[in-house]
Design a protein around this ligand. Structure first.
Ligand code: ATP
Length: 341
């Protein structure tokens, strides 16, 4: 069986707990992956390394694949987000976040099936902030044709390949006429020139969010710039059971880094309360990516078995506290392993 070298970044906060639980499930399922552990963020600083060591970035570049736990971003001070740095250094320009209702996870809606495409390299996340005079700062929102065209292309191609019904862009081009205006123009250009067969619509983001919480089934694939994608991802997570159940992929041309939408959740770190499912679902996305990009049938088979097992666990009410159950990080992983076909 062909195996695939994969970088594992456990992260910090709940990262090491959820990473260990996911690795246990992957090992039990005989996933065709060989893990190489690397540090980033607080874990790297604690080991006397740079916050994002070159060795970590180079290893992902070499093997093209990583599974990443959350890394804490200090609020209002300290180092630049490691998550953002990693996306920028590896040019992981597309964040893809499927948000789906799960059988056994009771929420207001039981038929949510969304995919969020978030531009991952610029916008307000460019991190260009300046003190102009005491008491006055600016934060620069950067939009380029290059980044806007490529995220649009990737999003429409995904929508078409998967036979999904439409792409909706969330924007605020009525206020940010230049930056969001450019984004919108680029998406329209890609749509008209390359994907005229895909249904396409636009929504001003505030009204779009209102509609999203009223009836998420009216949307399918949502495309937006970086900051809106961050906020709408957590909003959408709230529609299907919270941050414990939403996975993600950060995709570039040569590398792919899979990580949950949630952060390091310091409020519950070290207590085994965290739900490892979002990272496990991210690992399933990684396995499916291997199937699609490298034709690895064993990956697809493993992904299907793990999916079956966690769906079964949820259906049986074997859940962590965030979903109303009484399992902890490790016992949930065990419940999944017990149900592997
Ligand atoms: P960041 O900005 O770094 O992405 P965030 O603001 O999204 O972080 P999180 O760290 O994700 O914040 O935590 C938000 C809330 O969700 C916290 O109360 C946390 O306990 C909860 N939470 C996040 N992830 C999980 C998880 N895997 N299992 C259970 N609860 C979680």
């Amino acid at each position: 069986m062909t195996t695939h070298n994969t970088i594992l970044i456990p992260g910090d906060g709940i990262g090491p707990e959820v990473s260990a639980a996911v690795r246990k499930v992957l090992d039990a399922a005989d996933a065709p992956l060989i893990f190489h552990e690397h540090r980033a963020g607080v874990a790297a600083l604690d080991a006397g390394l740079d916050v994002l060591p070159d060795a970590t970035v180079d290893a992902i570049r070499k093997h093209g694949l990583a599974l990443k736990g959350p890394c804490t971003t200090p609020v209002g001070e300290g180092f630049t987000s490691v998550n953002v740095q990693l996306r920028q250094r590896l040019d992981l320009y597309a964040a893809v976040r499927p948000v789906r209702s799960l059988d056994g996870v009771k929420t207001r809606f039981d038929d949510v099936d969304l995919v969020i495409f978030r531009e991952n390299t610029e916008g307000l996340y460019a991190g260009v902030e300046n003190d102009i005079v005491p008491g006055v700062v600016t934060s620069m929102k950067i939009a380029t044709e290059k980044a806007s065209l490529r995220i649009a292309r990737r999003c429409f191609a995904y929508t078409q390949q998967r036979g999904r019904s439409k792409v909706t862009v969330f924007h605020k081009a009525n206020i940010m006429k230049k930056s969001d205006g450019l984004f919108l123009r680029c998406v329209k250009q890609v749509h008209e020139a390359e994907f005229p067969g895909v249904t396409y619509e636009t929504r001003i983001i505030d009204a779009g969010c209102m509609k999203l919480v009223q009836d998420p089934t009216q949307f399918d694939v949502l495309l937006m710039e970086n900051f809106y994608g961050d906020v709408v991802s957590d909003l959408a997570a709230g529609l299907v059971g919270g941050l414990g159940v939403v996975p993600g992929a950060n995709l570039g041309e040569d590398c792919a880094v899979f990580e949950a939408v949630h952060g390091s959740a310091p409020d519950i770190a070290g207590q085994k309360k965290a739900n490892p499912l979002a990272l496990l679902m991210s690992a399933v996305m990684l396995l499916n990516h291997l199937h699609e990009s490298r034709g690895c049938d064993a990956s697809h088979d493993t992904a299907e078995r793990i999916k079956h097992a966690y769906n079964r666990a949820l259906h049986d009410g074997a859940t962590t506290r965030d979903l109303g159950g009484d399992l902890n990080t490790d016992t949930f992983a065990d419940a999944v392993i017990e149900r592997l076909p």
